[in-house]
Design a protein. Structure first.
Length: 306
């Protein structure tokens, strides 16, 4: 065996163990969903002074003990928020700054290369690498062994960026977006403002549903926690499931503290639409789908998902 083969094999075993532990916790979450619903009904009945539902009276003593333990553990809360595998995926968010790897699809055009460079400048603590001939599984393994927290892949059709993949490491999830209306920095009307290296404030507008909050969490965890006085703003604004991305810096006139400020667009700008969330990393072809945009959803004009 080559002398340098021990570390990669140990890393593969560790990633496999982490994945097994994650799937086990996820299966526990699914199996305990009925218990959570039963405990919620008991909580509602006790809080409203109503009788315990007949089908829950046989298991009331055990469930009431569990409820008391949960209320003691979560002091100050109402105990009605169920935890899930989502908490495990981003459980360490905020403890350390994310490290993001930005790359492209194979044989990128010059425009896609420029777009990936601007994405690298946009996301703090990110590193851009050339895709070359690397397969997806090789790319993900390299990112895991290099302690990247996220992998961002930009794709194109006929030289126009039209796809964005955000893969959270090491366990997932992986979100797939379509891109359209992309405008690079040098194509902005009137030119673009200088690119600031400060950690930006993140504005998530109109992500109101559970799926919308999930998407907002995936996007905001690409960025580290900013300082309060930073003047750089990154905006994700949802309108009928179409997400508009904008990047600005602002200045206050005459250095005063009034509400009047001036915005300068930095770029790039583009529109996104989510079409899939997969509970796994990019190379897992058999991973479970959390959300998939179906063809009939395009005609449901009055129904929004984010």
């Amino acid at each position: 065996m080559p002398p340098n083969a021990t570390a990669p094999s140990a890393s593969h075993r560790r990633n496999a163990r982490l994945r097994r532990e994650y799937l086990y916790r996820k299966s526990l979450t699914t199996s305990e969903s009925s218990n959570y619903e039963a405990k919620k009904r008991i909580r509602d009945a006790l809080s409203q002074g109503k009788a315990i539902p007949t089908e829950l009276r046989a298991s009331y003593d055990k469930l009431k003990t569990d409820i008391d333990h949960e209320d003691t553990k979560h002091e100050g809360g109402d105990g009605t928020t169920s935890t899930s595998h989502v908490d495990d995926e981003y459980g360490d968010a905020g403890w350390s700054d994310p490290r993001v790897c930005v790359t492209t699809s194979r044989s990128p055009s010059s425009r896609l290369k420029q777009f990936s460079k601007e994405m690298k400048l946009l996301i703090p603590n990110s590193t851009r690498i050339n895709r070359g001939t690397h397969r997806v599984d090789e790319l993900v393994d390299v990112c895991k062994t290099s302690d990247f927290t996220d992998l961002v892949v930009v794709q194109e059709t006929r030289g126009e960026p039209d796809g964005l993949i955000v893969c959270h490491l090491p366990l997932g999830p992986t979100a797939y977006f379509t891109l359209n209306g992309g405008v690079l920095r040098h194509d902005l009307d009137g030119g673009s403002a200088p690119m600031s290296e400060a950690y930006p404030h993140i504005v998530l507008n109109n992500f109101q549903t559970q799926l919308g909050r999930r998407v907002g969490n995936i996007l905001k965890c690409l960025f580290p926690i900013p300082k309060m006085d930073t003047r750089r703003i990154v905006t994700f604004s949802n309108d009928n499931d179409h997400i508009s991305f904008r990047h600005h810096v602002y200045s206050k006139e005459n250095g005063n503290t009034a509400d009047k400020v001036t915005l300068y667009e930095v770029g790039p700008r583009f529109e996104m639409r989510l079409y899939q969330i997969k509970l796994g990393t990019l190379e897992m072809k058999d991973a479970e789908n959390e959300y998939v945009l179906k063809p009939y959803m395009n005609t449901a004009s009055k129904r929004t998902f984010l």
